[in-house]
Design a protein around this ligand. Structure first.
Ligand code: ADP
Ligand code: NI
Length: 218
């Protein structure tokens, strides 16, 4: 195994090259923000730094290229990279477990993480889905998928299973009600909860203005 510093630098370079050019909100700078936030939370919570950094850096490699839903292929890619860096088996297994469990799957579906490191990385990823970053990403994602910004006749749906959440084609404002406004109550760690509260308030203010402007009232 390399020194932690070399390992993290190699991982950063690998992920940056892999994700360059993605326009759906999973670009390198999403990873960069999650990585920095995960380190901040890891420090506050006393989590293992190397595991947290590796999982944060690699968490969307599995997702990004294999949108046809073949999660096994994405995981194999991450495993091959970790092997190429001689990462020990226990660390690699931990990182892969975190990545597999990370994603939001719908309003009614719990996604618990077994370890502190998993809880930290999940919090960091979710924090990047809310606040100003989250607003920007929601509309970037909606645009990439050809979705409307908003449609007044289409109310949000509280998805009870992952399939229906995944297949939903709603406008981007619905996404706030189906996911983004629910995230503050789903944070695992106290450090992330504090950040989430502030970002949540900002989204509420944004929505209030959005609807006020929609109706030409403000
Ligand atoms: P996760 O990292 O939890 O798996 P996704 O890959 O589903 O998140 O989403 C990536 C980004 O795109 C997030 O900021 C998310 O909120 C946003 N997003 C996902 N689905 C939608 C949607 N239907 N409308 C608008 N934004 C979305
Ligand atoms: Ni992510």
């Amino acid at each position: 195994m390399h020194t932690p510093q070399t390992l993290i630098e190699n991982t950063r370079a690998y992920v940056e090259a892999e994700l360059a050019g993605d326009g759906s909100g999973h670009d390198w700078w999403h990873i960069h923000r999650v990585w920095k936030m995960a380190l901040r939370i890891a420090e506050a919570e006393g989590a293992d730094r190397t595991v947290v950094e590796l999982a944060a850096l690699l968490h969307d490699i599995a997702d990004w290229k294999f949108h046809d839903g073949d999660e096994a292929k994405g995981a194999a890619k991450v495993r091959a990279f970790l092997d190429s860096q001689d990462v020990d088996a226990a660390t690699a297994a931990h990182v892969l477990e975190i990545i597999a469990g990370l994603s939001y799957k719908g309003a009614g579906i719990a996604t618990p993480m077994r370890t502190l490191e998993g809880r930290v990385v999940q919090d960091a990823d979710r924090l990047d889905a809310i606040g100003a970053q989250g607003i920007a990403r929601a509309f970037a994602y909606g645009g990439a998928k050809n979705r409307l910004i908003y449609h007044p006749d289409e109310p949000p749906v509280m998805h009870g299973d992952f399939e229906s959440y995944k297949n939903s084609r709603g406008h981007s404002i619905n996404h706030f009600y189906e996911k983004l406004l629910l995230l503050k109550d789903r944070m695992n760690t106290p450090a992330a909860k504090a950040v989430a509260l502030e970002r949540h308030r900002f989204m509420e203010q944004f929505l209030e203005r959005f609807f006020g402007e929609w109706d030409g009232k403000i």
